[in-house]
Design a protein. Structure first.
Length: 228
């Protein structure tokens, strides 16, 4: 998979993309992540990527020209076929990001993530993207953090990225319920004991216990999931 990020703050991605799983996934060739500075595609000397809104109002609006030029450049340089690409705008007005969406995106050959900023983007940019994604009902300074969340969530679903593929299936939101409680050594810590069933070696009973706890946890913490 290839992931391209369009942003006016490329340094924000310098360290997050080169830590832990994301770094290993790139080293092993599972994903190729490229961060592009939108200012490199601006036409004027000042590398302007935003301007005042027509009709008046506060704040600035991201210009369409740099975004279109950047996408054209990526498509041409990397010889991308339109049918296997998803161009995404991160913005608070988009679809709420979830695990099903992450799985769908992980099956794409190429993702282009456009990081929104300021009061928003010129509406003509929306003609270019095929999906708008929000990571929650709140407003961030820009779309860079949502882009990082999307990248992290999607990359871990790419076959071969995680050492144990089965671990994905026990994640919260992978199935219909939240994950079950997890324990590790020591068996007793400050008077708190690991449930005996987990030490029994009876895998059938352990599986039933886990399913029960998963259902209980979902009912208590996210009853909306059960309603759906």
């Amino acid at each position: 998979m290839r992931i391209h990020v369009l942003t006016i703050f490329p340094d924000m991605f310098k360290y997050p993309l080169h830590q832990s799983m994301l770094e290993k996934a790139q080293e092993r060739g599972h994903v190729d992540i490229n961060v592009h500075n939108l200012r490199d595609f601006a036409d004027d000397r000042r590398k302007t990527t935003d301007d005042t809104p027509y009709g008046g109002g506060c704040g600035m609006v991201m210009k369409p020209e740099p975004v279109y030029k950047a996408v054209d450049y990526i498509k041409k340089k990397f010889k991308i076929e339109t049918k296997n690409i998803s161009i995404i705008l991160t913005c608070p007005q988009g679809e709420r990001f979830n695990q099903d969406m992450a799985k769908e995106l992980s099956e794409k050959h190429t993702l282009i993530l456009m990081c929104g900023r300021y009061e928003g983007v010129d509406e003509r940019i929306r003609n270019l993207v095929d999906r708008e994604i929000s990571i929650g009902d709140y407003v961030l300074t820009g779309g860079e953090l949502p882009a990082m969340v999307i990248i992290d969530t999607v990359v871990r679903l790419i076959p071969g990225v995680l050492g144990n593929r089965h671990s994905i299936k026990t994640d919260s939101f992978f199935g219909p319920f939240l994950g079950y409680p997890q324990y590790t050594k020591p068996p007793v810590f400050r008077g708190l004991e690991v449930p005996r069933i987990l030490l029994s070696g009876n895998h059938n009973q352990i599986e039933l216990w886990r399913k029960k706890k998963s259902l209980e946890r979902t009912s208590l913490r996210r009853p909306d999931i059960l309603k759906n």
